[in-house]
Ligand binder design. Structure first.
Ligand SMILES: Nc1ncnc2c1ncn2[C@@H]1O[C@H](COP(=O)(O)OP(=O)(O)OP(=O)(O)O)[C@@H](O)[C@H]1O
Length: 215
């Protein structure tokens, strides 16, 4: 049966008595790139967390590739989310983190292009450092390198451009554009319209996702 990559219907989330998402609707077809935009605090991360199954909504339905998010190993094989800040394994280097990601997905580091990836992301010279010792931008580069090193069908990225320098933003945008060209689906939140356009994603305003206007 054909289904969308993401289908969100009537999603509502409140923090205490404060509604953040009210009857939010969103459809992301397979192979599409969507960038959710909007002011700080409007609920972009909350939406991405719910779609990633990292947060329960108060009401509404979410389907990812036709099923409930987060409930099966198939979901986690298909979906990469960087919505939650990464946790690093104590004492493992950046390269060893990348090796783990490859092997967990049945790939040899050579076949996955680990060295090329570390090179492309500008972290090859820090491959033997542990991630907590990297700068914030280098940590973000490593996070995205790990996200793209493994096979997937859907990327859910919360402000992937944050902390990246202009060259880094252009490089990541190019890789996301390639990911879409290869048939992958991207849902991200961003404050950088230029980055979103370079990545090949279409802009969707968070305010417009509320069926009855903003809460
Ligand atoms: N765990 C929480 N407890 C209480 N309030 C929260 C919690 N998480 C988020 N909020 C509030 O919900 C609103 C939406 O937050 P969210 O992080 O989803 O917004 P955002 O659009 O991603 O913002 P930004 O552009 O700053 O990243 C904000 O007002 C925020 O303070």
């Amino acid at each position: 049966m054909d289904h969308s990559a993401i289908e969100v219907r009537d999603l509502s989330v409140s923090y205490g008595s404060t509604p953040v998402l009210v009857d939010v609707q969103l459809t992301v077809p397979v192979g599409a790139g969507v960038c959710v935009t909007g002011e700080n605090g409007i609920g972009k991360s909350t939406l991405l967390r719910c779609i990633s199954s990292l947060q329960k909504a108060d009401a509404g339905e979410i389907e990812v590739f036709g099923g409930p998010p987060g409930s099966t190993p198939e979901f986690w094989r298909a979906v990469v989310t960087t919505v939650e800040p990464p946790t690093w394994y104590p004492g493992l280097t950046a390269r060893e983190h990348a090796e783990l990601v490859c092997r967990a997905h049945g790939l040899s580091p050579e076949d996955a292009g680990l060295d090329e990836s570390l090179e492309r992301f500008g972290i090859a010279s820090h491959a033997d450092a542990i991630p907590p010792s990297l700068s914030s931008g280098q940590k973000q580069r490593l996070t995205l390198a790990l996200a793209l090193l493994r096979p997937s069908k859907l990327l859910i990225l919360d402000e992937p451009e944050q902390r990246l320098d202009p060259d880094g933003r252009a490089m990541v945008a190019g890789l996301l554009s390639d990911y879409l060209a290869g048939g992958g689906t991207v849902l991200m939140a961003s404050h950088d319209d230029t980055f979103a356009a370079a990545a090949g994603t279409g802009l969707v305003s968070m305010a417009d996702l509320h069926a009855a206007g903003l809460p």
